[in-house]
Design a protein around this ligand. Structure first.
Ligand code: G4P
Length: 285
């Protein structure tokens, strides 16, 4: 998969984040729990290091529960606060304001020392496309999503959202792209839906997924396609799945394109069960 991360995009995103970072107290980062590192923008970590961060492992309902816990430990060890969430069903969302408040404790202490009235905490919410940022915002703010006017020195177009009396959210519409020069990262983003279907090859992604499942989740693979043993060669696995499902072209040969689409759709629809595509201990990103 040849996908470029254009330097122009990077420069623009950098400028936009830099502008925003000055106005905020806390960063809330939404990632896809099925690929927590692959689904992060590389700029974010670098540019937000000066701010406390809450990592949301979203789509946790689709990810391996054991891995959700491991990834939570991983980020906590790095000094971040973490919540395992399912924004679609609203699970874990109500804990966000409390976590943000904990992260803002030094700020409250500073205000108390200076005897100033606390203002709402300002959190920047970020996430690559499709990680679930809008769903999180809707769950958090619901009907209260209204622009809450401009802060001093802030451009009008910025989107501030009031969550409650203590928390304002600053959204970052459409500026953060994942980095997918690494082919593994590219495949994970294709599988999880972060990059558009027109720019990747189903067959390549299916091969990647089947190799990964054979190694890491063989039982789920066997049960989905009623296979007794997973063959070593991925080509044989394609044949087996094609035969099981009767995905043939004339002459009785396997239709690899349709098998690829089936495997890909099965993953996207969660038909294999709960799967995490990268593990903290073996992560390449
Ligand atoms: P974005 O703003 O980060 O781009 O993502 P958005 O909230 O639009 O979510 C992208 C897709 O992911 C949506 O599905 C959304 O419903 C789904 N999603 C968000 N959070 C979760 C979660 O925790 N679990 C699961 N399973 N899905 C989640 P969609 O197919 O684009 O739309 P729809 O199916 O909701 O109609």
């Amino acid at each position: 998969m040849v996908i470029q991360w254009y330097p122009g995009h990077m420069a623009k995103a950098r400028r936009q984040v830099q502008e925003k970072i000055k106005q905020i107290d806390v960063v809330i980062e939404v990632c896809d729990a099925r690929a927590p590192l692959a689904s992060r923008n590389p700029l974010v970590d670098e540019m937000t290091r000066s701010k406390p961060r809450l990592m949301l492992l979203n789509k946790s309902d689709l990810a391996d529960p054991e891995m959700n816990r491991k990834w939570a430990d991983y980020f906590e060890k790095q000094g971040d606060a973490v919540l395992i969430v399912d924004a679609q069903k609203g699970k874990g969302i109500k804990d966000i304001p409390g976590k943000v408040n904990e992260l803002a404790k030094p700020l409250y202490e500073k205000w108390a020392r200076k005897k100033v009235n606390p203002r709402p905490i300002r959190a920047l919410i970020i996430g690559i496309p499709n990680a679930g940022k809008s769903t999180v915002i809707n769950r958090l703010a619901g009907k209260r999503i209204t622009k809450i006017g401009d802060k001093p020195g802030v451009t009008k177009a910025q989107q501030w959202i009031k969550v409650d009396r203590q928390l304002d959210l600053l959204d970052t519409p459409g500026i953060l792209w994942p980095k997918f020069e690494d082919p593994h990262v590219g495949q994970m983003l294709a599988l999880t839906g972060a990059i558009k279907e027109e720019i990747f090859d189903y067959e390549e992604s299916a091969v990647y997924l089947l190799r990964f499942l054979s190694q890491s989740y063989p039982e789920l693979l066997k049960s989905r396609y009623q296979i007794e043993e997973v063959p070593e060669e991925v080509g044989d696995l394609f044949d087996l799945i094609g035969k099981r499902r009767g995905i043939l072209i004339s002459g009785g040969r396997i239709d690899y394109e349709r098998v690829s689409e089936l495997v890909f759709r099965d993953f996207r629809s969660g038909h294999f069960g709960r799967i995490t595509l990268e593990f903290p201990e073996t992560s390449r990103t």
